[in-house]
Design a protein around this ligand. Structure first.
Ligand SMILES: *[C@@H]1O[C@H](CO)[C@@H](O)[C@H](O)[C@H]1NC(C)=O
Ligand SMILES: *[C@@H]1O[C@H](CO)[C@@H](O)[C@H](O)[C@H]1NC(C)=O
Ligand SMILES: *[C@@H]1O[C@H](CO)[C@@H](O)[C@H](O)[C@H]1NC(C)=O
Ligand SMILES: *[C@@H]1O[C@H](CO)[C@@H](O)[C@H](O)[C@H]1NC(C)=O
Ligand SMILES: *[C@@H]1O[C@H](CO)[C@@H](O)[C@H](O)[C@H]1NC(C)=O
Ligand SMILES: *[C@@H]1O[C@H](CO)[C@@H](O)[C@H](O)[C@H]1NC(C)=O
Length: 494
C-alpha cells in the first residue's frame, strides 16, 4: 500500500516537472518577447487575463505582430475604449472573449480583422464613426467552416450603437449566425429600408435588440418575424405615435421599452392609437417620459396576460388610466382576469386618482410608486387612504409623497397623514360643489332674496308712478298704447 502511494507520488512529481519544463519551453519560444515586455503591456495594464488600455491616447491600432506578443498572457478581456485610432487592422490568434473598442474614432475595420479571435463573444464598437459605406460584412469574416460561411462562431453580443449608420448592409451579419444581442441604438435609421430589414431578419437566434434613438417613425411589417426567440426589445426615444402593432410577431417577448415616444393614447378600437396586441409572455413594460400620452383606455393593456412590471411614470399629460386598462374578459366573458402584477410605477403623472379596480390584488405588489400626482382627496379616493397607503408602505414606498391637490381645503395633506388620523373624506358632488360650502351658499342666497324683495317692490312702485319716463320707460298704460300703435310698422323688430 505504502509502496503504491510512493509510486503515484513519484509519477505526479514527474508529471509536474514535465509540464513545467514544456510550459517554460513554450514561453521562451513563440516570439522571444515576454508579454510583460511587449509593446501592448508597456502601454496598457496587463494583469491576469485582462489588458486594460482604456484612455491611453493610442492613435494607431496595434499590429498583428504586437498582438501576437501577448499570446501567452491568454487575454480574455481587452479594453481599448476611449482611444484615438481610426482604422482597426487584423489581429493575431488570441483567446480574447470580450473586446472593447468603444469610444474611439474608428472609421474602418479591415476585412477579417477578427478572424483569429475564435473565442470572442462580445465586441463593443459603440460610439465610433462607422458609416454604412465603410462598414462591410467582411469586417466580421471568420475562418472557413464546413457548415457556415466563415463564421465568427463564438460571437453573441455586438454593439454598434452611436455610430453613423443610416442603413445596414443586408449581409452585414452573415458571418455572425449565432448573434444573440444586437445594439444599433443612436444610429439615424429613420425609415427602415428594405436592406436593413433583411439584415435584422437574418439573425434567427437574436434575443436582445436595442434600437433606442433611431428616429424610427414606424416598425415595418415582418421586421420581427424571423427573430423568434426575441426576449427584449428597446424602442425608446423614437418617433412612434402609437403602439406598433407589428410587435405581435414577437411571441417570446419578455421586456419591451417604449419610453420617450410621442404616443398619444391607447384605445382598443382606435385605428390611429390602438392598444397592445396579445403578447402572452411579456412581463415588463416601460412607457415613461411620454409628453403626449393622455389616456390609457379600457382593455388596452389586456393582451399582456403575464405582465408583472408596469412602468408608466413621468407622463405629465396622463390624466386618465381606465379602471379596466389591464382587465381582460375571461373565457366565459362574465368576469375579468388581471395580470399577476408585482411592480407598479405611476409616479409624476397627471392622475387625480388611482382606481382600486386597476389591478386585482394590491396586497401582492412588491413595489409600488404612485407619488407626485395631483390627487383628488374625497370619498371617491377614500380607498387610497385606507388601503393603498398600507400597500405602498408595505412595498417599501413612501406614502408621504402621495399628496392631495384637490379640493382646495385638502391641498397639501399627505395620504399617509390622512391614513394615520383615520380621516373620512367628504364627497364632492357632481357639479363640483362641496357640501361644506353649501351652508355659506345657502346663507348668501337667503340674504340675496331677503334684500331683493323690498328693492323690487320699491322699483315697481316708482315705475308705476311714472318716475322712469325720463329714461324711456313709460308707466304701464303708456306701454300698452305704444305697443298697439307701432307693431305693424316694425314687424321684424318683434
Ligand atoms: C521555437 O523554438 C525552437 C527552438 O528553440 C525554434 O526552432 C522554433 O523556430 C521556435 N518557434 C517559434 C515559432 O519561434
Ligand atoms: C492624452 O492626451 C491629453 C491631451 O493631449 C492629455 O491631457 C492626457 O494626459 C493624455 N493621456 C495619457 C494617458 O497620456
Ligand atoms: C485608414 O485606412 C484608410 C484605408 O485603408 C487609409 O486611407 C487611411 O490613411 C488610414 N488612416 C490612418 C489614420 O491610418
Ligand atoms: C466598453 O467601454 C466603455 C467605456 O469605457 C464602457 O462604457 C462599456 O460598458 C464597455 N463595454 C463592455 C462590453 O464592457
Ligand atoms: C392635467 O389634468 C388637468 C385636469 O384633469 C388638466 O386641466 C391639465 O391640463 C392637465 N395637465 C396637462 C399637462 O395635461
Ligand atoms: C418620505 O418623503 C418625505 C417627504 O419628502 C420625507 O421627508 C421622508 O423622509 C421620506 N421618508 C422615507 C422613509 O424615505
Amino acid at each position: 500500500m505504502k509502496k503504491m502511494g510512493g509510486r503515484v507520488l513519484a509519477c505526479f512529481v514527474f508529471a509536474v516537472f514535465v509540464i513545467g519544463v514544456s510550459a517554460d519551453e513554450q514561453t521562451s519560444n513563440t516570439t522571444n518577447v515576454l508579454p510583460k515586455d511587449s509593446n501592448i503591456c508597456k502601454l496598457c495594464h496587463c494583469k491576469d487575463n485582462n489588458v486594460d488600455c482604456f484612455d491611453q491616447n493610442i492613435s494607431t491600432f496595434f499590429t498583428k505582430q504586437e498582438w501576437s506578443e501577448i499570446t501567452d498572457l491568454k487575454p480574455k478581456n481587452v479594453d481599448l475604449s476611449e482611444n484615438l485610432f481610426v482604422n482597426v487592422t487584423v489581429m493575431a490568434d488570441l483567446s480574447i472573449e470580450v473586446l472593447n473598442l468603444s469610444r474611439c474614432k474608428i472609421e474602418r475595420i479591415e476585412n477579417a480583422a477578427f478572424r483569429d479571435l475564435q473565442e470572442m463573444r462580445v465586441l463593443d464598437l459603440s460610439y465610433n464613426k462607422l458609416t454604412t459605406a465603410n462598414l462591410s460584412p467582411h469586417a466580421f469574416e471568420g475562418r472557413y467552416s464546413a457548415e457556415e460561411y466563415k463564421p465568427l462562431a463564438s460571437m453573441r453580443v455586438l454593439n454598434l450603437a452611436n455610430n453613423d449608420l443610416h442603413s445596414l448592409s443586408q449581409d452585414l451579419f452573415e458571418h455572425l449566425p449565432e448573434l444573440e444581442e444586437l445594439d444599433i441604438s443612436g444610429n439615424p435609421l429613420a425609415t427602415f429600408d428594405q436592406v436593413t430589414i433583411i439584415a435584422i431578419s437574418s439573425l434567427p437566434m437574436l434575443k436582445v435588440l436595442r434600437m433606442r434613438s433611431c428616429e424610427l417613425t414606424k416598425i415595418p411589417e415582418k421586421f420581427l418575424h424571423t427573430p423568434r426567440y426575441l426576449e427584449r426589445l428597446d424602442l425608446s426615444d423614437n418617433l412612434l405615435t402609437a403602439v406598433p402593432q407589428e410587435i405581435e410577431e414577437t411571441k417570446n417577448l419578455i421586456y419591451l421599452n417604449l419610453n420617450q415616444n410621442p404616443i398619444v393614447q391607447l384605445e382598443m378600437d382606435s385605428e390611429d392609437y390602438p392598444g397592445f396586441p396579445r403578447l402572452r409572455k411579456l412581463q415588463e413594460l416601460h412607457m415613461c417620459n411620454m409628453p403626449a400620452l393622455k389616456r390609457v383606455g379600457p382593455g388596452s393593456l389586456a393582451g399582456l396576460e403575464q405582465l408583472t412590471k408596469l412602468h408608466m411614470s413621468f407622463n405629465p399629460a396622463l390624466s386618465d388610466i381606465d379602471p379596466k386598462a389591464l382587465a381582460r374578459p375571461d373565457d366565459i366573458g362574465e368576469t375579468y382576469d388581471w395580470p399577476p402584477m408585482k411592480e407598479l410605477y405611476l409616479q409624476s403623472n397627471n392622475l387625480s386618482e388611482v382606481d382600486s379596480r386597476l389591478i386585482s390584488r394590491w396586497d401582492l405588489l412588491e413595489k409600488v410608486d404612485v407619488s407626485d400626482n395631483p390627487f383628488l382627496c374625497d370619498c371617491s379616493t377614500q380607498w387610497m387612504v385606507d388601503l393603498l397607503v398600507p400597500s405602498v408602505e408595505h412595498a417599501g414606498g413612501n406614502a408621504s409623497l402621495m399628496v392631495c391637490q384637490e379640493p382646495i381645503e385638502m391641498r397639501g395633506y399627505t395620504m399617509k397623514h390622512l391614513h394615520e388620523i383615520h380621516r373620512t373624506m367628504r364627497c364632492v358632488d357632481k357639479y363640483g360643489n362641496r357640501p361644506e360650502k353649501d351652508g355659506a351658499i345657502l346663507l348668501g342666497t337667503l340674504i340675496g332674496v331677503l334684500l331683493a324683495v323690498p328693492i323690487m317692490l320699491g322699483l315697481m312702485l316708482l315705475w308705476r308712478r311714472g318716475y322712469f319716463a325720463c329714461i324711456g320707460l313709460r308707466a304701464p298704460e303708456d306701454v300698452s298704447r305704444a305697443f298697439y300703435k307701432r307693431a305693424p310698422a316694425e314687424d321684424n323688430y318683434f
